[in-house]
Design a binder for this molecule. Sequence first.
Ligand code: FAD
Ligand code: FES
Length: 291
Amino acid sequence: MSANGSTLASVPAAHPPIRGRGTVVSNVVDGHGRKLRLRVEGWPGAWPGQFVMVGAGAESGVPRRDPLLPRPMAVYRELPEEGPGGGTARDVELLYRVVGRGTTLLSEAVEGETVSIVGPLGQGFPVEAGEGPALLAGGGTGIASLYGLARGLAAAGRETVVMLGARGEQDLIGRADFAALAEEGVELLCATEDGSVGVEGFVTVSLRERLASAGASATVFAVGPTPMMRACAELADEVGARCLVSLENPMACGFGVCLGCAAPRAEGGFSLVCKAGPVFDAREIAWEGLP
Ligand SMILES: Cc1cc2nc3c(=O)[nH]c(=O)nc-3n(C[C@H](O)[C@H](O)[C@H](O)COP(=O)(O)OP(=O)(O)OC[C@H]3O[C@@H](n4cnc5c(N)ncnc54)[C@H](O)[C@@H]3O)c2cc1C
Ligand code: FES
């Protein structure tokens, strides 16, 4: 176990984070969510599963006090692969839903405005070739953590299946982007509670089926609401498969100072989700103690 409490040995050292600002390139509707593309000077690149702390709305001449704190968001995509015009700027895309004041202000940011950004932060997913299939289960906005992971695993030669679950078609944000990954060998399965796309029910319906054939050789990667991740972890456990989850505990600082994101560990004690995580082996987590 490393000093920060994580047991994910195969995750390489992350790039040192930057504290900077992103210029809004676009901020568009995607179903019931939005995609915010920021051009960030000196962006060092993120590992799949890492996140940023992004300002709650565009910067203005006066420092913002309401809300004061930035909001954690997964790095969804980095576009293009090289900096525009050969410079050091990279475009970082976030996939988000408007749930409160911070994300409402973020949704109002328009092209050319700037948004503060700190990142990349946290420990991401291990991207390993491995023998059995990689089964990626995403629910709600957890979908955002899986795009880079799916590409990385497929590029490493792993059989990669992405399973997205949501209430209905409009809640499957990012679905078209994931569908386009078919060209890179990523299979996409959808589950909706209203049956409008894919199988009717939760994402665990598809996961259960795939685990029944893959068994212990599979690795499950689950991101979404806590009950969904816990259900995925239990399904993986039933067949002896490894399950990695990415926790979304609310965060105030994002780098280990406020202690607000602590998650209870199965063996006792706590881990800071922003430093030791957000990715953990599901067996490390005391699920009953999570928000
Ligand atoms: C590591 C990490 C990555 C995340 N990645 C994404 C992402 O890619 N896309 C995305 O849309 N969201 C993501 N989230 C959640 C996102 O940070 C919150 O939705 C956001 O902070 C809400 O801010 P707000 O000011 O709009 O809402 P607030 O006014 O702060 O809260 C509005 C409502 O949302 C609830 N809420 C706030 N934060 C969370 C949370 N972390 N989990 C569950 N409910 C919450 C509150 O309890 C309240 O009911 C991530 C969270 C973490 C910790
Ligand atoms: S968010 Fe402050 S310690 Fe983790």
